[in-house]
Design a protein around this ligand. Structure first.
Ligand code: SF4
Length: 281
């Protein structure tokens, strides 16, 4: 049994949320540069240039790349041979978030109660935590800083098996078209297909944090990812919604077994900042 102090998780979470808010990944930067080469719209070209310059300034000066520094979402994949010591796991993760957002000068965006008071908690906690137990003795942490301009444009639909591939395509394109300029395109579109109502949403969120260089390993889903990306880019929304051919940088699909009577599909939209950081302890 390997012992892991929860204080090391606190430290990692703190560093990862600061990094995610200041430094945009090379995969996203490369995709933006490729899109800039292909984008025919002058306005679209200008927006893509500004996005890349903004990201470079954020990384060089340790400044957040967007004023909406997001709701903190943490995926923990914990090996069954790990013994967590020194305190409660959830408290340790939230402490990491609190330190990142206070010491890192990141906007605090969380309200304690969603409907009536909506009073800000003042430190961006609590975060959303998803825990999965797997064989092994490692702790894998994925931190996502999710802005709500794009989160608000996400949708979930319980399709039925007879809706099939065409139904999935129609729904994904409809979600992006309805979103228009609101989620700050170009987007990373996460699609969760299968599972249950809640699992499809979890998969869609996780899909937005996958490397943009990766595609689904099943060639049928890989082809569907490419077809959806092309379809989205034909919508003409363009960078920041000013028109153009760059509306999506990538469509990622994550799938799971589902019920014989169902075809859940969740679409989680992520904006161009696509902030996440990942670490193994
Ligand atoms: S959607 Fe993304 S880029 Fe737009 S305001 Fe929110 S976090 Fe910032």
């Amino acid at each position: 049994m390997r012992e892991v102090q929860v204080s090391t998780i606190t430290q990692a979470v703190k560093e990862m949320f600061m990094e995610a808010n200041y430094v945009i990944g090379d995969d996203v930067m490369d995709k933006l540069a490729q899109a800039r080469q292909k984008e025919p719209s002058p306005l679209g070209q200008m927006v893509l240039d500004q996005i890349m310059e903004n990201n470079r300034i954020g990384a060089e000066d340790s400044l957040c790349v967007c004023q909406d520094t997001g709701m903190s979402v943490v995926y923990l994949t914990i090996g069954q041979d790990v013994h967590l010591t020194g305190g409660a796991l959830e408290a340790a993760v939230n402490e990491g978030v609190r330190q990142a957002y206070t010491e890192g000068f990141l906007r605090k965006s969380i309200v304690a109660e969603p409907l009536f008071d909506r009073k800000n908690t003042g430190d961006n906690t609590p975060c959303v935590i998803h825990v999965r137990l797997v064989p092994g003795d490692k702790v894998h942490i994925m931190c996502i800083a999710k802005g709500f301009g794009s989160e608000n444009m996400s949708q979930l639909k319980m399709l039925t098996p007879s809706d099939g591939v065409e139904g999935v395509k129609k729904f994904v394109l409809k979600v992006v078209e309805e979103a228009g300029p609101n989620p700050c395109p170009p987007l990373v579109v996460g699609v969760g297909i299968g599972g249950s109502f809640e699992l499809s949403a979890l998969m869609a969120k996780r899909a937005t944090s996958l490397p943009l260089t990766r595609s689904h390993k099943d060639p049928r889903y890989k082809a569907l990812e490419e077809e959806l990306e092309q379809g989205i880019n034909r919508l003409g929304i363009g960078p920041a919604g000013y028109g153009g051919q760059t509306t999506a940088l990538k469509v990622h699909i994550v799938t799971a077994p589902t019920h014989i009577a169902g075809l859940p599909v969740a679409v989680n939209i992520c904006c161009h900042v696509a902030r996440h950081a990942e670490r193994v302890l």
